[in-house]
Design a protein around this ligand. Structure first.
Ligand SMILES: NCc1[nH]cc(CCC(=O)O)c1CC(=O)O
Ligand SMILES: [Mg+2]
Length: 395
């Protein structure tokens, strides 16, 4: 009987006056089923494992709890794993442009501005084959369509609207998220309209964001995602969507979006960085007037309370990796689903370290995604979505 032999081994160790390390090892670490194997196995298999020369002979510590028991095998580790990645939780951000060939993004190796009719469809088909069935679309607007007030953002025939329609026509069950903000369409490179003294206009901007959101819903979007950080935009967009009959179109709010240096590669991809101003027109060089200060924690709870009251369906934290405390705080403050955006700079850092041979790409990326989910993210926006889904299939 395995249980009996285990007890006997234990008893003999306890009664022995001379304890050896290998006795202690057998007593404390062998599960009972293994003990049976050892007792019944042919003699050659009973050869005790060797210790390195010089190993000190010590009595076992008198420990009631040894956490390592729950990590002792791959089977046990898998059984107790709290966080499991699945491609169903990934949202893949894609960049599109109004042409045919894909144009690689220098600062984001492996990502391209996809031709909206060609590369975009191929890429999304590839994503779906790995189980990634949610995308967010970012259009690269040519300079001649940009303006100070960004009317192109609600052009019913604009690149974003055409891309959304084509995606939904081609893949009706694909979940299509959109970006709502003025920066890809604004000559000054801000998410809102810029007054000559450098003030970013809030309510005027929200008025256009509502028109943008409705135009995207008309194109077939499933989830409207305001990334602009204007006050009151979630409630205003909710009202505008409902007034147009889009009560089933959801809102994923960029609730706690920080004024982060990690957005650099994204702004390269869309040529959307704030432009230099001049004497007559001051243009803030960063987005600190509306995006949150990375030094602040409590403010995220205030933003979350407002977005929830205004009708957000999903609340996002952005960036993700350096803001895990914010993800956890939002998760604990609401019953809404939480998303986190592993942004362009996070992607590019990992790619650069992997390319230099400093990190194992697969392991480091999966660890970053596990950490984001463990912190509380139900959904993760990540440029690694397709790669990670493939790695998970192999695992
Ligand atoms: N509304 C702009 C927007 N929407 C998503 C991102 C960043 C995403 C990324 O870095 O991957 C940004 C950049 C910014 O705020 O300047
Ligand atoms: Mg807000």
């Amino acid at each position: 009987m395995s249980g009996f032999s285990q007890i006997r081994v234990g008893a003999s160790v306890r009664n022995s006056s001379r304890l050896t390390w290998s006795d202690a090892t057998r007593r404390t670490c062998s599960p009972s089923s293994k003990a049976a194997d050892v007792d019944l196995a042919p003699p050659t298999k009973r050869v005790p494992p060797k210790l390195p020369d010089g190993t000190p002979i010590v009595p076992p510590q008198d420990l009631a709890s040894r956490p390592r028991r729950n990590r002792r095998s791959a089977t046990v580790r898998e059984a107790f794993r709290e966080t499991i990645l699945t491609p169903a939780n990934f949202i893949y951000p894609i960049f599109v442009h109004d042409g045919e060939d894909d144009i690689p993004i220098d600062s984001m190796p492996g990502q391209s501005r996809l031709g909206w009719r060609t590369g975009m469809i191929d890429k999304v088909r590839e994503a779906r084959a790995t189980g990634v069935n949610q995308v967010v679309v970012f259009p690269k607007t040519p300079d001649h369509l940009k303006s100070a007030t960004a009317e192109e953002c609600f052009n019913p025939n604009g690149l974003a609207q055409r891309s959304i329609s084509l995606l939904k026509d081609t893949f009706p069950d694909l979940e299509v998220y959109t970006d709502v903000a003025l920066d890809p369409y604004n000559t000054m490179g801000h998410d809102g309209m810029v007054r000559s003294d450098g003030v970013i206009l809030n309510d005027e901007t929200v008025y256009y964001l509502c028109k943008q959101a409705v135009s995207q819903a008309r194109a077939g979007a499933d989830v409207i995602s305001p990334s602009d950080m204007m006050d009151g935009r979630v409630g205003a967009i909710r009202e505008a969507l409902d007034a147009e009959g889009f009560t089933n179109v959801a809102i994923m709010s960029y609730t706690a979006k920080y004024n982060s240096a990690y957005y650099g590669p994204f702004r390269d991809a869309l040529a959307s960085a704030p432009r230099p101003g001049n004497e007559e027109w001051r243009i803030p060089k960063d987005k600190a007037e509306y995006q949150m200060d990375p030094a602040n924690f409590r403010e995220c709870l205030r933003e979350a309370a407002l977005d929830e009251a205004e009708g957000a369906d999903i609340m996002m934290v952005k960036p993700a990796g350096a803001y895990l405390d914010i993800i956890r705080a939002l998760k604990d403050s609401t019953t809404l689903p939480i998303s986190a955006y592993q942004v362009s700079g996070e992607y590019s850092m990992l790619k650069a370290a992997a390319a230099a041979g400093y990190l194992n790409e697969r392991d480091a990326v999966l660890e970053s995604l596990i950490s984001i989910k463990r912190a509380g993210a139900d959904l993760t926006l990540t440029y690694f979505a397709v790669d990670a889904a493939k790695w998970l299939q192999e695992a």
